[in-house]
Design a protein. Structure first.
Length: 318
């Protein structure tokens, strides 16, 4: 029987990259989206696009029918996390349970809080000191419990911050816009602190590899990317790819607090800036040992690809 991969949140940056990876391997994939117009812009023409809403239990139940592997790629604006993400996760768990499907939940580092040691291994304590990190921990705990009770098989690939095509957020968009326009790029925290960052296509590939490997379920896997870089190095490569002279500045906590009065993105940055004030580096040896043939895209090449994408999508440069 042919495996059916269901990607919920398929029009987002990671979801669309997962759909593209699965399609390139000839897999049967159902791309579940809310916005059909956006989906048609970002998904491959071969994608089986289905309208669905993760916040509605019956909708999720229907889109999960006959699924073998489900990818939980739903994301919402920072201010909506509390009210949306727990319910969406409950619905996806229920859909996976009914269809007897395995579940891939892409994780991040927010649940760790400031790292106690680097590189951090998968058994690092979950000591989040941010609202977003605490919510991530609550969601992950629910998923891990489901796996422990043999209710739903769950695997959690844990990633640092993403960059790449379709990744538009508070961290990456200003850097690539500034590089293309020859303006000063901003970076939170300190410019000389090493930080893992992962190219979105590499993250998608890792999700699919882990999702297809049954022995990997019931575990967390660090997938750190091509190696830690400082903000200065990352911005320098972005400007070099754009053919402009690098100019950069660090954004301090104080300036973010002033901006936080006016916008949710600044408030999100305040919560997460600790990760850019001290090293945020993951130990990826477990994943590398299990999948020795996996190769990360170099930062130089990935940054060029990202800059090209931003250059072709002028709406990202508002």
């Amino acid at each position: 029987m042919e495996e059916k991969h269901v990607v919920i949140g398929a029009a987002g940056a990671l979801g669309s990259a997962i759909v593209a990876f699965l399609a390139s391997k000839g897999k049967s994939v159902r791309a579940v989206v809310r916005d059909l117009d956006r989906a048609r812009r970002v998904l491959p023409p071969s994608a089986d696009i289905t309208i669905g809403d993760g916040s509605h239990a019956e909708s999720v139940r229907l889109v999960c029918r006959n699924a073998t592997v489900i990818y939980h790629c739903v994301n919402v604006p920072f201010e909506d996390w509390d009210s949306v993400m727990p319910g969406v996760t409950d619905n996806i768990l229920a859909g996976a349970r009914e269809s007897k499907a395995r579940l891939v939940f892409p994780g991040n580092v927010y649940g760790y809080g400031p790292l106690r040691a680097t590189p951090a291994t998968e058994d690092h304590p979950l000591m989040a000191n941010s609202k977003k990190g605490q919510l991530r921990n609550d969601v992950e705990r629910k998923l891990i419990d489901a796996n422990l009770m043999a209710d739903v098989k769950v695997v959690i690939p844990r990633f640092p911050e993403f960059y790449g095509p379709n990744v538009k957020n508070w961290l990456m968009t200003p850097v690539f816009q500034a590089a293309l326009d020859g303006r000063t790029a901003s970076w939170p925290g300190k410019l000389d602190v090493p930080h893992d960052l992962i190219y979105i296509d590499d993250a998608a590939a890792a999700c699919c590899i882990l999702g297809s490997s049954e022995p990997c379920y019931g575990q967390v896997w660090h997938v750190p990317g091509a190696g830690p870089v400082t903000g200065k190095q990352f911005i320098g490569m972005a400007f070099e790819a754009a053919g402009t002279k690098a100019r950069m500045k660090a954004i301090t906590r104080g300036s973010l607090r002033v901006k936080g009065v006016f916008g949710s993105e600044a408030r999100e940055m305040i919560e997460l800036i600790y990760g850019f004030e001290q090293p945020m580096v993951l130990d990826g040896s477990k994943f590398a040992g299990a999948f020795p043939s996996f190769r990360y895209t170099t930062h130089e090449h990935a940054i060029r690809q990202t800059g090209n994408w931003y250059g072709q999508h002028l709406d990202a440069r508002r």
